[in-house]
Each structure stands twice: as structure tokens, then as C-alpha cells.
Design a protein around this ligand. Structure first.
Ligand code: P6P
Length: 327
């Protein structure tokens, strides 16, 4: 087991690549460009109040949400850095209505789906926010990018993860061989391995949901939340809700717990987006021994049919998600 902090993200990626002697290093290069983009965004997030980049960009994105200046900045930064890696043929972004084709690299091996800055409603109040990404391998490089490349099941992704701009900045990701967390050492501007082989704690912990929407939750979810609150005799669980998916998920990954975003009256399919929020988080959750479900199906088994498709999300400890599904 590597000592914590003695290996940088670049060294980790290089050592992982060495396990596959015949690869050309495209994925490694893509990771390095994503890493660099996150350092640039981290710098913007940390000085947003001073650089006049807080607040609304006076624009509405495809979600109908008020775009924040930092949303636009993060989106442009990640698109620019991912495109310059020359490993990607297309990018799917929460902030871009349609597929963004990397014109300079139509035969790119990968497609990146991303939420460049999740939790942006929390930017102005200094709560943790983050970037969520997943990486798909294209089906046929001799063909132009097609729906077959874009609408793959989440179980097909080659990598998924997130960067959380919190009290520290962490990059947490998986390529299908477990989950590793790296903390940004701002002194040397390097991500250093701080959380090797992350696993969801077995103990049942926190429940995390916006109870303000309780009135329109499915009855099964209401029953499960009542159970979490000790209303049916069980020991009450602690409740935490930051209102930033990355922050709520990351806390549960470390301490144990379940995050729920059910369907509501205003969001009949749930609020969170399948391709670039639910799938990457579900990939990390499963790789850490957890579970991610919509109430009907495992998130990673959904065949997507629309870029900005929304689904309900129940994610965290396997036992807590299964308990919810049986409620
Ligand atoms: P609500 C942030 O805007 C976000 O997309 C997720 O990060 C977060 O989990 C959710 O919305 C919070 O939504 O409706 O509880 O404010």
C-alpha cells in the first residue's frame, strides 16, 4: 500500500498506465489535462469574490437554470483543456445545449461527459462545489461520433470521478479498479495521494435529502425518511444536506450515508442529470462498495436516450439504498 502523500497524481497515472504496456497513453494524457483544468478552476473558485467572478452570468442554460459566471468560466476552461489533449472527439456538458464536437480531433478515442461546476447555487455562499466527469471510449473511431458513442450505459465508462473545491481541493476517481483520492498540495500545486482505496463505511450513517420537497416524494421514500428520523422505533440517524451533490456524496463516501434526490412535483424525473452527474457518482459509489439506484434500476444499467436526461437518485451505503428500495 502506498504511503499517503508520497505519490502525485501524475506518478499514479503513470504507474497505472505501466500495467497496460500496449496502450499509447491517451487516457493518461486526458487525465493530465483534466487535472490541469481543475487547478485553473480551483484558482478561480478560491478568488471568485476578489476577481469579480461571483454572481449570475445573466444567462440561462439548457436546464433553465441561471448560469453563474463561474459556471461559464469552468465550462470554457475544461472544454479548452480537454480539447487540447487531442484525445477527445466530443464533450457533453451541463452548460452546453448540444454535443460539443472537438473539430480538431474527429478520430479522438474518448468522449467526456461533465458538469463543469456542480452546486453553483452555492458559489456565492462559499459552500463546497465541484466538477463531475466521466470518460467513455468510442465504439468505432472510423465513424463520426454517433449516438452509439454517446448513449452508452454508465457501466461502460472507462473512468469516472469528481474534483471537490472544498476546505481542501480533492480529486476522487476510479478507472474500474477501486477509488483513490488525491488532495491538492497548494504549495507545490500537485495532487498527492491522500485517500488510497476508498471504501464506503459499512456502518449506516447520515441521510441526506431536501426535506422541503417531502410533500411530493414517492410514498416509499417518505416511509424510509420516517424510519431515518426514528418515527417507527429505530434509532434516529443524523441528517445533513449541503445542497451540493458533490459535497453531500463526498461526505457520505467518507462517513457513510445515503443521498436522495427523488422525483418531486416540480421535477417528476428527479433534478439530477444522468450522463454527467448520476453516472460518474454511481460509478465511484459502486467501485467503493456502495450502490446507486433510481428506484427502478441501477443507475449504471440505464440506456440513456437524451443528453440532459434527469433521473431520481438514491446513492450511498449499499445497505441503506437497499433498505430504501424495500420501504
Ligand atoms: P435542491 C446543485 O444545484 C444541484 O444540481 C446538486 O448539486 C444538488 O444536489 C441539488 O442541485 C440541490 O437541489 O433542489 O435541493 O436545491
Amino acid at each position: 500500500m502506498q504511503q499517503k502523500g508520497l505519490i502525485t497524481f501524475d506518478q499514479f497515472i503513470a504507474s497505472e498506465q505501466n500495467k497496460f504496456p500496449n496502450v499509447q497513453g491517451n487516457l493518461s494524457r486526458l487525465f493530465r489535462h483534466i487535472q490541469l483544468a481543475s487547478k485553473l478552476v480551483n484558482s478561480d473558485v478560491r478568488k471568485a469574490g476578489l476577481a469579480g467572478i461571483l454572481g449570475s452570468a445573466q444567462n440561462t442554460n439548457v436546464q433553465g437554470e441561471d448560469q453563474q459566471k463561474l459556471d461559464v468560466l469552468a465550462n470554457n476552461t475544461f472544454i479548452k483543456m480537454i480539447e487540447s489533449s487531442k484525445t477527445c472527439a466530443a464533450i457533453l456538458s451541463e452548460e452546453v445545449d448540444e454535443v460539443y464536437y472537438c473539430e480538431n480531433n474527429p478520430k479522438g478515442k474518448y468522449i467526456v461527459a461533465m458538469d463543469p461546476l456542480d452546486g453553483s447555487s452555492n458559489i456565492d455562499v462559499n459552500a463546497s462545489i465541484g466538477t463531475i466527469f466521466s470518460i467513455y471510449k468510442r465504439i468505432d473511431l472510423d465513424q463520426p461520433v454517433s449516438d452509439a458513442d454517446i448513449y452508452q450505459k454508465g457501466r461502460e465508462i472507462v473512468a469516472g470521478g469528481y474534483i471537490i473545491y472544498g476546505s481542501s481541493t480533492m480529486l476522487v476517481f476510479s478507472t474500474g479498479n477501486g477509488v483513490n483520492g488525491f488532495t491538492l498540495d497548494s504549495g507545490i500545486q500537485e495532487y498527492c495521494l491522500s485517500h488510497p482505496n476508498m471504501q464506503m463505511p459499512a456502518k449506516e450513517g447520515i441521510y441526506s435529502v431536501n426535506e422541503g420537497n417531502m410533500g411530493t416524494f414517492p410514498e416509499s421514500v417518505k416511509r424510509y425518511i420516517a424510519k431515518c428520523k426514528g418515527e417507527t422505533g429505530e434509532k434516529p440517524k443524523s441528517a445533513r444536506y449541503i445542497g451540493s451533490l458533490i459535497a453531500d456524496f463526498h461526505r457520505n463516501l467518507i462517513k457513510g450515508g445515503i443521498f436522495m434526490y427523488p422525483s418531486t412535483q416540480s421535477a417528476p424525473n428527479g433534478k439530477l442529470r444522468l450522463l454527467y452527474e448520476c453516472v460518474p457518482m454511481a460509478f465511484v459509489a459502486e467501485q467503493a462498495g456502495g450502490k446507486a439506484h433510481t428506484g427502478d434500476i441501477d443507475v449504471l444499467d440505464i440506456v440513456p436516450n437524451e443528453l440532459h436526461q434527469r433521473v431520481p437518485l438514491y446513492i450511498g451505503n449499499k445497505s441503506m439504498v437497499e433498505d430504501l428500495l424495500q420501504s
